[in-house]
Write a protein that binds this ligand. Structure first.
Ligand code: KDG
Ligand code: MG
Length: 405
């Protein structure tokens, strides 16, 4: 079963998505997601110039060997661009394997471990009351876990807060240059405990609460935050500090019992190594698109399982429905699955381009029973939504110092 053709599409149904389609000589096709928000065209060049020519004529059934060929076979390994390219090829090959076997991906991985995929959704408000109004609404819709973010008083904008925008698609919109945002740790600390105190008062204890710090704090500040929020029983604190220096988490862990989660920008199992094997985190949040595909996610999940770490894959709107489907299959299978981040299946335009049968019921996503990933991509409709350069913001401290995005 030889690979006959590999096509790379960049479409912007509100946000840019890089989609790979592999076609075999028998006419079976598979889809992969290679989107790196704000660096999309670098992945396209990596794929078209350096990956696709090497794969034409290879056996589409050799998923592991192809992964090793692209990762181990390259002298310069890793990084988000190369790993997104490998990820998309890998996802598409798993999709093909599922279609050939007439089995949904989760069945190939080992079968179902649970009734459905419990998700956490986002409540982002312009102030504490607005955040809790949104959270209340989500709770009434049946969601069992909610991530709370609130605008920080005194700062002009706070990442992730929608304000007057209807969704994350409109929020990122068309930004041909990166906007700049201001961060103040002091102002953040003046808001954050009150948000969770009010949340427990209003939402009660029968709901999981989470929070994303988005790497804005130093390790000792994260330790302080963990101690402050322990009493509000969070399911986890996400991206408290960057883990480029993974030993930072030794310090955070030494001071707080708050469950910790990180990994949405990790590119390989090596990025998880110290954190997982020393049990410095409780949830690993790697994404199929950025960590190297289904093959890599399966390896990370198994490595995490033997160290009592659960999986909680990234689910941001800059992952295409192809990646989201891969996650739902991995989550349905992984014995150590914890929770899945979920921001819906995209805006109307995205749902027109990527069709699938995933559905949400009682706070859980039910994966599609269609063979493979269970997603179809409308190539013709994609032509109506050409690529538009668009960036995430950059972040600065109040004195102008560049800070972590
Ligand atoms: O592209 C960056 C987004 O994916 C990120 O800001 C979203 O932190 C995020 C999350 O948890 O979804
Ligand atoms: Mg995050």
């Amino acid at each position: 079963m030889k690979i006959e053709d590999i096509r790379v599409f960049v479409s912007c149904p509100g946000r840019n998505f890089v989609t790979v389609k592999i076609v075999t000589e028998d006419g079976v096709n598979g889809l992969g997601d290679a989107t790196v928000n704000g660096r999309e065209m670098a992945v396209v060049a990596y794929l078209e110039e350096h990956v696709v020519p090497c794969l034409i004529g290879r056996d589409a059934r050799m998923i592991e060997d192809t992964w090793q060929y692209l990762y181990r076979g390259a002298y310069w390994r890793g990084g988000p661009i190369a790993m997104a390219a490998i990820a998309a090829i890998d996802m598409a090959l798993w999709d093909i394997k599922g279609k050939v076997a007439s089995l949904p991906l989760y069945q190939l991985l080992g079968g179902r471990s649970r009734d459905g995929v419990t998700v956490y959704v986002h409540a982002n408000g312009t102030d504490v009351d607005d955040t809790l109004d949104k959270a209340d609404d989500l709770k009434n819709q049946g969601f069992k876990a909610i991530r709370l973010q609130s605008a920080i008083p005194g700062l002009p904008v706070t990442y992730g807060v929608l304000g007057d925008k209807k969704d994350y698609f409109e929020l990122q919109g068309n930004r041909p240059l990166p906007p700049e945002e201001i961060w103040s740790t002091q102002k953040y600390f003046s808001m954050i405990e009150g948000l969770f105190e009010a949340a427990r008062g209003r939402l009660g204890n029968d709901i999981h609460l989470l929070h994303d710090v988005h790497n804005r704090l130093t390790p000792i500040e994260s330790a302080r935050l963990g101690k402050l929020l322990e009493q509000y029983d969070l399911l986890f604190l996400e991206d408290a500090s960057l883990a480029e220096n993974q030993q930072s988490y030794d310090l955070i862990r030494a001071h707080t019992t708050i469950p910790l989660a990180i990994g949405e920008t990790f590119n390989s199992v090596w990025d998880c190594k110290h954190l997982v094997e020393n049990q410095l985190i409780d949830y690993i949040r790697a994404a199929s698109t950025h960590a190297g595909g289904v093959t890599a996610m399966r390896r990370i999940a198994d490595f995490a399982a033997i160290h009592n770490v659960k999986t909680a894959p990234h689910g941001a709107p800059d992952l295409s429905p192809v990646c989201i489907a891969a996650h739902m299959h991995l989550d349905t299978w992984a014995p150590n699955f914890g929770i899945q981040e979920f921001v819906g299946f995209g805006n109307d335009e995205t749902r027109q381009l990527f069709t699938h049968e995933m559905r949400i019921e009682d706070g859980m996503v039910q994966v599609s029973e269609a063979p493979g990933l269970g997603v179809e991509f409308d190539e013709d409709a994609a032509k109506e939504y050409p690529y538009k350069r668009s960036y995430l913001p950059v972040s600065r401290l109040e004195d102008g110092t560049l800070w972590n995005w």
